[in-house]
Design a protein around this ligand. Structure first.
Ligand code: PRT
Ligand code: ZN
Length: 308
């Protein structure tokens, strides 16, 4: 049976033991229209159970079964639109947030679009470290963050702002060095440049307007809950192994899991099956130590969602 009722001016409906808010408001999310962050943004929403169909290349699309409206924009515009409440939240590179310097809150790191902003100079030239940039010309699309970084390090250099193909600037005589995003390093390599200093590491982040209504904050919390479950699942693996009973204590201490491991008896009375969760970061060390302590038949399985 479905029941609809009101409490504190909010509408709810219940289906059996479950209850749902009836959201009148939609949270407006800005994502990149096309480019390096588009795929990751849509994939993350999908992993959160939020389907958006941008088949006709529309500017805005209503998500299915979640109170979200997605705006497709150029990444450079997203911080300003979020600051001005044209959008409530956005997925955008932290590098763009820092460069645009708008009044927005960074709520979460999203784990894709990873890169770093670095200074680079010709491979066989005289510039090998930050101090060598004194009174030199640097080409960049990041004049604000570069200027800030140079000032903090007492370097006086001439900044040339260019909007694309920064990596060719030294070769055509426009600048002595560049400041640009690097991910694999192959663009620097192809252009015979070497990295001399990293200003910061970056990845896609979730930014928010500073004055969301309480309804919108509530939707944002629901979205964050899903994003965190997806991120945790990606950082963890489910592990199943067989352990001799006299080694159970040490093996369980190596893979404590979320609360504690599950231990199930095997047909062979001297052995047990242990199930737990293992973090991606120290994965190989832990697996080697498990083996050294007698674990056998170790199976590692990906986790789709993880709610702690
Ligand atoms: O059209 P719109 O303005 O929306 O997009 P855009 O062309 O300005 O941005 P886009 O799609 O190129 O990048 C969007 C975001 O992706 C950036 O703001 C970063 O947050 C992130 N990102 C991650 C990168 C890179 N990696 C990256 N490698 N953005 C750009 N690059 C470029 C870099 O500028 C350089 O030209 O790739 C080259 C270096 O790559 P490697 O692999 O050769 O080192
Ligand atoms: Zn851009």
């Amino acid at each position: 049976m479905v029941c609809v009722y009101k409490h504190n001016s909010r509408a709810y409906f219940t289906v059996g033991p479950f209850y749902f808010f009836i959201m009148n408001e939609l949270l407006k999310l800005a994502v990149q229209k096309s480019g390096r962050l588009y795929e990751g943004s849509v994939r993350l929403l999908k992993e959160c159970g939020i389907e958006i169909n941008n088949g006709n290349n529309q500017l805005r699309v209503r998500a299915a079964e979640f109170p979200l409206e997605v705006f497709f924009l150029r990444d450079d515009d997203i911080p300003e639109y979020v600051q001005d409440a044209v959008a409530d939240i956005g997925f955008v590179g932290e590098n763009v947030v820092k460069e645009k310097n708008k009044q927005v809150d960074i709520i979460a790191q999203l784990g894709f679009g990873k890169c770093r902003l670095s200074l680079a100079a010709p491979k066989n030239g005289v510039i090998n470290k930050l101090d060598d940039l004194q009174h030199k010309k640097i080409a960049t699309s990041y004049p604000y963050v570069l200027n800030d970084y140079l000032q903090k390090n007492n370097i006086s250099a001439e900044i040339h702002e260019i909007s694309g193909s920064v990596e060719i600037a030294p070769r055509i005589g426009l600048a002595d060095a560049i400041c640009d995003l690097v991910s694999s390093g192959s663009t620097l390599f192809t252009n015979e440049l070497k990295e001399i200093e990293t200003l910061f590491e970056s990845q896609a982040v979730l930014i928010s307007n500073k004055d969301l209504s309480s309804d919108k904050k509530e939707i944002l919390q629901k979205l964050l809950f899903r994003i965190n479950a997806v991120k945790k699942a990606k950082n963890n693996k489910y592990v199943l192994l067989n352990a001799p009973n006299d080694k159970l204590e040490i093996i369980c201490s190596l893979i404590p899991g979320m609360k504690s491991p599950t231990i199930l008896p095997l047909a062979d009375k001297n052995w047990s099956s242990v199930h737990s969760v293992i973090n991606e970061n120290d994965f190989w060390n832990v697996i080697e130590t498990l083996k050294m302590n007698g674990a056998q038949g170790i199976l590692i399985v990906p986790i789709e969602k993880m709610v702690v």
